[in-house]
Design a protein around this ligand. Structure first.
Ligand code: FE2
Length: 311
């Protein structure tokens, strides 16, 4: 196995104001599949090509936003090793173990809070329920998909104050690579944003330096191609969903993208494209004077809503 350590984003747990309209959005508009409900009333969902039981967990609450993001590691031993390193790093607080079964179909999780105030989890066991296709002689996609029908939960973009601390934790302790960064025009040592990968994707999580803790900008789901992004735009209009921005392309990651909101105001993204990242790829740097082109390659200017609206 060439890929070790942290393998991928495993789940994002989101707070929503009204559960059923949210479930309708995530199933009918986005096109996730509901896989279960627990005693706490949380709803579990997955994208069709994910084998694990869930990648999105919705909880009804008084305020929207992200409760936590979970990361799948390659083994229980890796989870134990990384949990010790996280605790010893001084770069995380509120470290604790969540017992097996607290999430449906999921083993023990190690939970911690980053210096940006985001709660993260490591886990090694989540039951595989299949990707709607047989493992022998499968078709390329299953029947009956609804909405945009992304194949996977892909990444989150998060806002927080101590960008340097969270980048140090993800790179030096958890083994992520920096793929791209935005730096100040007059001081290239001052990072404004960092894109981090634990895989061959251009990012698995990204952080933007903002003067707050624990803020959630968006959760993103992957589509096959630009045509699917355009179809997602059609669905947004057809179903009268609140559109944020797009369809367009990012300079950073080269991804083709569209942003929209769930009924509680949590921002979603579906995107396609990007490039293949390998650990020896040099870091791509964008300077703040070219931030418009970095984020929205076609408009080449920033959108106040995109930067200023978060949960
Ligand atoms: Fe994104």
């Amino acid at each position: 196995m060439a890929m070790t350590g942290v393998l991928r984003p495993s789940h994002v747990a989101l707070r929503v104001l009204d559960l059923e309209p949210a479930v309708k959005h995530y199933t009918d508009v986005l096109g996730l599949l509901e896989t279960g409900r627990d005693k706490q009333g949380r709803v579990y969902l997955k994208a069709w090509d994910e084998h694990d039981h869930h990648s999105v967990v919705l909880r009804e609450a008084d305020a929207a936003g992200m409760d936590y993001m979970g990361w799948r590691v390659d083994s229980i031993q890796t989870m134990k090793d990384l949990s010790r390193k996280v605790e010893e790093s001084g770069l995380a607080t509120d470290c604790c173990w969540i017992p097996a079964g607290e999430h449906l179909e999921t083993g023990e999780r190690f939970r911690f809070t980053t210096t940006t105030g985001h709660t993260m989890e490591l886990l090694a066991e989540k039951n595989k329920v299949g990707n709607c296709l047989p493992l022998v002689n499968p078709d390329p996609w299953p029947d009956g998909l609804k909405g945009m029908g992304p194949s996977r939960f892909d990444h989150c973009l998060l806002y927080g104050d101590d960008l340097d601390g969270v980048v140090k934790l993800f790179t030096e302790v958890l083994g992520f690579d920096i793929t791209e960064q935005v730096v100040a025009e007059d001081n290239h040592d001052f990072r404004i944003s960092v894109f981090l990968s634990c895989s061959t994707k251009p990012h698995d999580v990204a952080f933007i330096r903002q003067p707050m803790k624990g803020a959630f900008h968006h959760a993103s789901f992957i589509l096959d191609n630009w045509g699917e992004v355009l179809k997602a735009a059609d669905i947004i209009s057809k179903k009268k969903v609140s559109l944020d921005l797009g369809p367009t392309r990012h300079g950073i990651t080269r991804g083709e993208t569209i942003y929209f909101f769930d009924p509680s105001g949590n921002r979603n993204e579906v995107f396609a494209g990007g490039y293949i990242h390998y650990p020896d790829k040099p870091i791509i740097t964008w300077t703040s004077d070219d931030l418009g082109r970095a984020i929205f390659y076609h408009d080449r200017k920033l959108n106040e809503n995109f930067l200023g609206v978060f949960t």
